[in-house]
Ligand binder design. Structure first.
Ligand SMILES: [Zn+2]
Length: 217
């Protein structure tokens, strides 16, 4: 059987996030194909895919994957094109951006919060756009480490910022409901670019703002 990737061309986005390698020109998610596959899984685990309770399941799962992976067919850069020019050159931080993503190793959810900060060099972004970028990147088969890097690189490139800091905290269903089964474990990843990488006090400042005493949510 040919790989699904045969049908698709890559895109510029693939350079930043290989999980998006089949992006853009893919017309849509091939839902009938998912339905066939889900029927196969049900049969393989010893279920009867035709019993009443499971009849609609393949179609439902297909729609679910189309939703969960919608970010494969979207370029997050589109949310980074409308910035305004401001002299402001202090840090901007949006904390606690909640997200859901899907671990590409197990196709199970991982979910949590992203904290995204940057120091502008003239280009300032509408605050909701940071959350939109997180959303698009999350809606792909992902690993948390790459998700963190991808968001940071996108902001560095599109905003030409002096620095970008991304910290993501998430719980992974593949760690809590199967395998090692450690509910409550939190995976934290960070990507520091520009001034946040080179300057220790900038880095401490952003970490203090993320984790500091002002936290009241
Ligand atoms: Zn996993």
């Amino acid at each position: 059987m040919p790989e699904p990737s045969d049908q698709f061309r890559g895109s510029v986005d693939a350079e930043i996030d290989p999980s998006a390698a089949r992006l853009s020109s893919a017309p849509d998610v091939d839902q009938p194909r998912i339905e066939r596959a889900v029927r196969e899984i049900l049969a393989a685990v010893g279920e009867d895919p035709d019993r009443e309770g499971l009849k609609e399941t393949p179609a439902r799962v297909a729609r679910m994957y189309a939703e969960l992976f919608a970010g494969l067919h979207e370029d997050p850069r589109k949310h980074l094109q409308k910035f305004f020019t401001e002299k402001y050159d202090e840090m901007v931080l949006v904390r606690d951006i909640s997200f859901n993503s899907t671990c590409e190793h197990h196709l199970l959810p991982f979910m949590g919060k992203a904290h995204v900060g940057y120091v502008p060099a003239g280009r300032v972004l509408g605050l909701s756009k940071l959350a939109r970028v997180v959303d698009v990147v999350a809606r792909r088969p992902q690993v948390q480490e790459r998700m963190t890097e991808t968001i940071a690189n996108l902001l560095m490139e599109e905003l030409e910022a002096k620095g970008v800091a991304v910290v993501i905290e998430a719980t992974h269903a593949c760690m809590t409901i199967r395998g090692i089964r450690k509910p409550g474990s939190l995976c934290v990843t960070s990507a520091m670019k520009g001034i946040f990488r080179s300057n220790l006090s900038s880095r401490s400042e952003v970490m203090n703002l993320i984790y500091g005493g002002s936290r009241s949510l």
